[in-house]
Design a protein around this ligand. Structure first.
Ligand code: HEC
Ligand code: HEC
Length: 432
């Protein structure tokens, strides 16, 4: 279906800038027939456009601070970055673009538990959204990249994502297109090259601010912007729910902006499935601290993915800790957690409610049984749903209905006895 549509698009656009339309080049065509069985490259629709700075709730200072002095925003650079973001040429066989896993129609995620890259190969991690990624103090679930520029280089060469042998190989594909040649010369004053390609992509990503949610209107003074359930949820979030211990910059002042402390915590996700101690020893042997490409392969392709931040720091308390994600648009960016293991926001809340602590010596002290009632969990979900930006309003409404329906029949994480029981005694680290 989408494939046919794209061929038509390519035909209509043969005159003019057709070669800059992802999928309209020779390799793109070959790839899309191959990707038919897998996935067509999502196109840049209206939801992909650079966003307005005038949205209710935009943090002006943080937005200014997110633009690095050595990569100022210009309209031409942003346009170039946007084309690259949707272009399969960045991948080895032309079949995968950044947008394959970060699709604007899916709030810049793929809505899969874990991402699938070239040759249908699945990785170990869930794709976070690009929306508001400009504010992240570090990138990736384990923070292994500091900037968006640094981040963008890694999927291009990861064997199960875009599979290029090197960044230069991707640059060569791009440089073969005269429109790209021209755009790079106009914008950077030199032919296509790796660092400039990454700068352009990062510039585009920095236009993806996403606020203007019902919650922002509520904070701005419109008492009717969210319902009473969401208001109760916001109270719980900052009190008995303990969510603000991590999803806020400070605990003493309510943080209404990005809902993250920019830190890393072990909250007990995926820990049961893995013998993390044995994995940690394996990781220490394999990876020299600081080798980002090696860490990237371990994180995306191997069981060592479960080690989280430990892969980066090699510090024992970081075993299986992951970055606290921003919660904006969380309703439309599921499934949840670094491994995409939870399907609904009810499952997420059930997980927190029971204070998952079994067999996990590295569990964060702030994770403990919450004794939240069913009605209180509904309230927390209502609050989380109120963080959905206006762009995804309808999408959010149908997703909330879907999750609610699912939560009526399946609550795999619910454990009321533990939620209302004492905090379990935490096992001690026992690293041989
Ligand atoms: C095959 C799927 C796939 C492709 C292709 C892909 N990504 Fe991702 N992206 C992911 C996954 C999975 C993660 C999380 C990986 C991790 O944390 O270890 C991620 C993480 C990110 C992050 C970090 C966000 C955060 O909140 O930490 C950014 C930014 C990003 N990708 C941008 C890009 C760009 C730019 C491209 C193209 C150059 C790209 N991605 C290509 C799947 C993909
Ligand atoms: C101890 C710190 C901590 C506390 C307390 C905490 N969180 Fe989290 N939260 C995290 C971390 C870290 C992750 C990512 C964990 C992972 O994927 O392994 C996360 C992930 C999430 C996600 C999934 C987001 C996504 O994009 O996949 C949601 C939703 C969430 N938290 C909501 C809450 C709510 C609601 C509460 C309160 C009931 C809460 N959190 C309490 C640290 C915390």
């Amino acid at each position: 279906m989408r494939y046919t549509k794209r061929i038509e698009l390519c035909v209509t656009l043969v005159v003019g800038t057709a070669t800059l339309i992802p999928g309209c080049n020779r390799a793109g065509k070959k790839a899309s027939s191959q990707a038919e069985s897998a996935q067509a490259i999502p196109e840049a629709g209206p939801l992909a456009r650079p966003k307005s700075l005038q949205q209710v709730g935009v943090p002006a200072e943080a937005t200014r601070a997110a633009i690095p002095p050595d990569n100022p925003q210009t309209p031409e650079k942003i346009t170039l970055g946007m084309k690259l973001f949707f272009d399969g040429r960045l991948s080895a066989d032309g079949s995968v673009a950044c947008s394959t896993c970060h699709d604007p129609a899916r709030a810049f995620t793929d809505r899969k538990p874990v991402s699938v890259g070239i040759n249908n190969r699945a990785g170990q991690r869930n794709a976070p959204t690009i929306l508001n990624a400009l504010y992240n103090k570090t990138q990736f679930w384990d923070g292994r990249a500091k900037t968006l520029e640094e981040q963008a280089a890694l999927p291009i060469v990861n064997p199960v994502e875009m599979g290029q042998p090197s960044l230069d190989a991707a640059v060569a594909r791009v440089a073969a297109v005269s429109e790209y040649q021209q755009a790079f010369r106009d914008i950077f004053g030199r032919p296509p090259n790796g660092p400039d390609l990454l700068r352009a992509i990062a510039s585009y990503e920095r236009t993806q601010l996403s606020f203007d949610a019902p919650f922002d209107h509520f904070i701005a003074g419109d008492q009717n912007a969210i319902d009473n359930s969401a208001k109760r949820g916001w109270e719980l979030f900052n009190t008995r729910g303990r969510c603000n211990k991590c999803h806020a910059l400070t605990e003493d002042k309510r943080d209404v902006t990005l809902f993250t402390d920019n830190d890393f915590h072990n909250i007990g996700i995926g820990i049961i499935r893995h013998n993390v101690v044995a994995l940690a020893r394996q990781a220490e042997q394999l990876i020299n601290s600081g080798d980002t490409a090696a860490i990237d392969r371990a994180a995306i392709q191997t069981d060592m993915s479960a080690l989280g931040r430990f892969l980066v720091t090699k510090k024992e308390p970081d075993i299986a800790s992951f970055k606290t994600p921003d919660l904006r648009n969380v309703l439309v960016t599921g499934p949840y957690f670094h491994d995409g293991s939870q399907e609904t926001l009810w499952d997420v809340c059930d997980h927190y409610n029971k204070g998952d602590g079994l067999q996990n010596p590295y569990l964060d002290q702030d994770i403990q049984p919450l004794a939240l009632t069913e009605a209180e969990i509904d309230d927390l979900v209502a609050f989380l749903a109120s963080l959905t930006s206006a762009d995804y309003k309808e999408h959010g409404a149908s997703e909330l209905a879907r999750q609610r329906e699912l939560s009526r029949t399946a609550r795999p994480q619910r454990d009321t006895a533990r939620a209302f029981g004492p905090k379990p005694i935490q096992p001690k680290p026992s690293r041989p």
